[in-house]
Design a binder for this molecule. Structure first.
Ligand code: FES
Ligand SMILES: [Fe+2]
Length: 389
């Protein structure tokens, strides 16, 4: 595997040095921010247009719609869409609106179909979006059929993920958006050979950035998760790489502790860390020793104080492991239950309350620390996009 930046084992050893010295990698400066970033409707509109309407973000893993005609529907910040696998293996994202009188063409959350058929007057569309039939055509009169297909959004499948820009007029180029470093990092993981084994979405009364921030945060673990995550993961210790838009950091698990005192020599310490990747604008990709987790955060289409989080467990196919199907299923079910329990019992209540407090008229400004490196990169990236009209 070609390494990007310092070799991984070296970066892991950097976390050991931090544990020995009670230090962590740090950002250049602290950063002030205002509560309006999380409550203001004009800010939210600018984010939808200038962030989500301009840059690629992940909507699913390709394994979730493996066959031609497989689709799912979702609400993006600017468009309600259908994401559908094509006969040639590519993926299209179509605005879920009938070009006759605007009915919602597809109501199901997911499924498989040969065509999309509108429930209002039964016009039908091919899965590539083109208009196939106008019912009672002889009475309808003239319509430019070629211009009347479902509107497509720029979509690309890369590194196993489906990426979409939420604006029909944009052009998508995921590799350029990722930049050479993050593109090479993701390529090295062979994510296209894995499958989504569990996934779920959560609609929360919380701004998407408050949500995203919580899942880039290695500073809160001991305090918000004392009896769960903190038993396994160190707090506030990171080996960090800033790639400009995107970043990654390694956090040591407590199983590494033996090597704080003892010299680990040349042995691999990869089993003792979690590596987090932040993909601007709205994804956290966690690399665990034997699988990945993807967390995505999407603003509500109108309300700055709402968002949807999606969580996915992305794992090797059972046939690529030594496990029986039963053991494989049990392993990921257990993993999933633990993740959900921490999320529902510990993170979500805290973040909902944070949103309530942010809406206080005299909230006052707040501050990000130098130790909150990934949150700094996230905020910097969003601010840069908002600053380019
Ligand atoms: S609105 Fe779809 S067929 Fe009339
Ligand atoms: Fe948390």
């Amino acid at each position: 595997m070609t390494e990007v930046g310092a070799p991984r084992e070296e970066r892991i050893r950097r976390t050991l040095d931090h544990l020995r010295n009670d230090t962590t990698d740090a950002f250049e400066h602290t950063t002030w921010f205002e509560p309006e970033e999380f409550t203001d409707t004009a800010v939210a509109k600018r984010e939808r247009d200038l962030v989500f309407g301009r840059v690629p973000s992940i909507v699913a893993h390709g394994s979730e719609i493996p066959r031609a005609g497989d689709f799912f529907t979702l609400q993006l910040p600017r468009n309600n869409v259908i994401v559908v696998r094509q006969r040639d293996g590519s993926v299209k994202t179509l605005v879920n609106l009938c070009r006759h009188r605007g009915a919602m063409v597809e109501k199901e959350e997911k499924g498989r179909c040969r065509l999309f058929s509108c429930p209002y007057h039964r016009w039908s569309y091919d899965t590539d979006g083109s208009l196939r039939t106008i019912t009672r055509d002889n009475t309808f009169g003239e319509a430019e059929r070629a211009q009347m297909g479902l509107v497509a959004l720029p979509t690309e499948e890369r590194h196993g993920f489906i990426w979409v820009i939420d604006d029909a007029g944009a052009e998508i180029d995921v590799a350029t958006w990722l930049g050479p470093e993050m593109d090479a990092v993701l390529a090295s993981y062979n994510l296209e050979s894995l499958v989504t084994v569990r996934s779920e979405g959560f609609d929360e009364p919380v701004n998407w950035k408050i949500m995203q921030d919580a899942f880039l945060d290695g500073y809160h673990i001991q305090y918000a998760h004392p009896n769960t995550a903190a038993k396994h993961i160190h707090t506030n210790v990171l080996a960090f790489d800033d790639f400009g838009r995107h970043c990654r950091f390694i956090a040591p698990r407590k199983s590494i502790d033996r090597w704080i005192e003892e010299d680990p020599g040349d042995r691999s310490l990869a089993g003792h860390v979690t590596e987090t990747h932040f993909l601007l604008p709205n994804s956290t990709l966690l690399r665990q020793p034997d699988h990945f987790q993807l967390l995505t955060f999407r603003p509500h289409p109108t309300d700055p104080q709402r968002s949807r989080m999606e969580m996915r467990l992305i794992v090797p196919k059972v046939e690529d492991t030594e496990m029986t199907e039963e053991r494989w299923t049990r392993l990921w079910d257990k993993n999933w239950e633990i993740l959900l329990a921490v999320l529902h019992a510990e993170d979500f209540p805290l973040l909902r309350d944070s949103q309530v407090s942010m809406a206080s008229a005299n909230a006052g400004r707040m501050i990000l620390g130098r130790n909150e490196v990934a949150n700094q990169v996230f905020r910097r990236g969003v601010q840069q996009l908002l600053a380019q009209p």
